[in-house]
Design a protein around this ligand. Structure first.
Ligand SMILES: [Zn+2]
Length: 56
């Protein structure tokens, strides 16, 4: 899993996006999926509604 996370962070950096410790701010009004960049309201979600990435 650690290897996957490194790969994900590298992908995010390559696209010039901030890496937020590999997790999503679930308290924010809106957040952006680090994998697919889908913007959504994270309340009540534990997965990205678009790509299904699990946040915890
Ligand atoms: Zn996603």
């Amino acid at each position: 899993m650690e290897l996957h996370r490194h790969h994900l962070e590298a992908e995010v950096r390559r696209q010039g996006l901030p890496v937020r410790d590999g997790c999503v701010d679930l308290e924010a009004e809106q957040t952006t999926c680090p994998a697919c960049l889908h913007v959504f309201a994270p309340k009540g979600h534990q997965r990205c509604p678009d790509c299904g990435l699990a946040f915890r």
